[in-house]
Design a protein around this ligand. Sequence first.
Ligand code: 5AD
Ligand code: SF4
Length: 468
Amino acid sequence: MTFYIHTYGCQMNVRDSDAVAEALVAAGHELTADENGADLVIVNTCSVRAKAEEKALGKLGLLCASKRERPRRIIGVMGCMAQRMGEKVFEKVPTLDFSVGCRAARLIPAVVADIAAGGEGQRWLTTDISDHDVPHGHLNTDLSAFVTVLLGCNRRCSYCIVPDARGPEYSRPAKEIVDEVACLAARGVREVTLLGQSVLNYGRQRDPVFDEPPPEGAAFTEPFPRLLEAVSKVPGIKRIRFTSGHPSGCTEELARAFRDIPQVCPHLHLPVQSGSDRILKSMRRGYTAEQYLAAVERLRAFVPDIAITTDIIVGYPGETEEDFEATRALMRAARFDNSFIFKFSPRPGTPAAQMDDDVSVAEKERRNQVLLADQDDIGIANNALWIGREVEVLAEGPSHRNSARWAGRCGQNKIVIFDPPPGIERGDLVKIEIGRANPQTLFGEVRGALMGSRLLPVGGTMVGLPKM
Ligand code: 5AD
Ligand code: SF4
């Protein structure tokens, strides 16, 4: 069969879709870019806000309508909405063929085979959340890849559906992760992003993730910094990123890992959600605004240039103008490099859904716009500080806007545009001096290749070390 996977939601979903794609290809199916022509279409869904579910249900409705002309077409749903809705998804979309929850994705090839053999009327529902068998295949192995290190979430923030959708935390054994990264490196991947809903919680539950305790005098003893160190030893991996963070994981060891492990990029996505202590308490975030800022300062004390990005919810139940102003003040104090702003959406079964959703839609929208404008001002000021300084960029290839120039990201995860020197190749790590900046993008000139990069002639001289 030809197949197409439509992905909504976060990086975890992008990762899961790629693993399913790999498993389907291994089972003899063929990935196509033509959704309309595909024999099998899977929608990987998100439940985080009501809108995300509405979109996915709309998409599934349209796809299933196409079965009237093509009854043998197979349409399935996976991901958070599939997990959360269980059988109800079949009430909403009666001609859907299968629904597979968050921890059963590896069963999809078998489910598809069964439906194809059984013909019309065959239907599958699997929502077992106890499975720990992470699908670890990768189809897309370009320069950068996602690697899941921690499944699920134990935090139970008052507004969040994720613990229901993705189940309890499970940390994969470190060896399994390192082996997966080594396979990726051998296939040309140069940058890995380690994924977990609250990734700094990695290895904090009872089961040990390392075979051995840290040796006497080890630089890192906490599980996540140890994992970073282990991944950094995989030859060929030039960069390590991870997401998302929580202030409780911003320990001095993590700060040292940022500073002392060269492959670890100076960027952390650290969702704050609100700057009001009253709202943070109701959200059950487990920190005050002051503690959040202290976590940011702890990281900056070791890595002054670290970029911090965040998520903020506006219009949480009971959020007053004063609470909102506290969020604005925190944004200024934290000097975020980027912020993703979300309007509160009550999610079934969460404590916040029991509360009065008392901020009007118009007011949520206003607060959203105010924060976006604030972030733009902060972003302009932050990016202007880079003018005249050097950043390290992983060269990704010609820029979409102007193919004569190249694009890449610096460690801080900002897009950098530059003129490609002769001989440059995708995956080279280059030094760029920034000449110009706008809120989203930096522009500069190549000044040389970095240690561990390929030999790269710049201005007639050979700089850098041989390819790893
Ligand atoms: N309403 C609005 N935004 C939410 N998020 C999570 N749950 C909700 C909700 N019920 C936001 C948080 C989280 C991001 C992924 O989505 O900011 O960090
Ligand atoms: Fe959406 Fe959260 Fe599920 Fe990611 S984990 S797909 S953001 S609900």
